[in-house]
Design a protein around this ligand. Sequence first.
Ligand code: SAM
Length: 252
Amino acid sequence: MTGNGQASGKPWQAVALTLFPQMFPGSLGQSLAGQSLAGQALSEARWALESVDIRAFASDKHRTVDDSPCGGGAGMVMRADVVDLAICATQQKTGDLPLVYMTPRGRPLTQSRVRALAEGPGVIVLCGRYEGVDQRVLDAHGVEEISIGDYVLSGGEVAALVLFDACVRLLPGVMGSDVSGDEESFEQGLLEYPLYTRPAEWQGRKVPDVLMSGHHKNIRAWRREQAEAATKDRRPDLWTEYALGPVDKDKT
Ligand code: SAM
């Protein structure tokens, strides 16, 4: 795969707009000998990461970034004017990158969206705190709202790290870039089949005979059966879509 960033000679660019810039690169700074993880790829400039401190754009002496919700209710809301300044200053530096806000109100993150972002020049991710961000600044910038699942985190930084991780592993030379698109979970609309490695028997549990047979056609058929069974059982939503026909990756 060649992302736009790669084609232009620039590394894939990840930018986090956050009240906690020290949370980056976090787990994405890790490297492991023999494996091309995100941290190694970062030091090899296969991708670049910048965290922008939203608080630096507050103008009062207390550096206030939030205020109480209009209409009442619990908690605080991140101010449109402060977030807007952070977005504009960032876009001036980065140029045209997709702009995403991580929020439980967003559309669920999918592997096809991850793949599309990884094939582009990068992404700017706005991380919420408190109860979230004033809707007006999201509307004004046409921000795409993405959720990483049906649960509520205390802030968008962990969600941003999830999005960056999923994208970075698909970049050329990074861990998942040479993984077959046919085999990973979600790529064909199915969950992955179960995995086994040596020893052939562990605590009385055997690796399924077919996987030790060397018969590639039977192995492929068994894996497909297992993937279908797991998807049907665990993800009826995916199964229904899969059963309707082949996934058109360009459409999703
Ligand atoms: N009041 C919000 C709601 O009910 O939808 C939740 C706010 S949450 C405490 C604070 C921030 O965490 C959000 O603005 C968002 O950036 C981030 N966040 C929480 N859960 C998330 C999720 N499932 N996916 C993406 N971001 C999430």
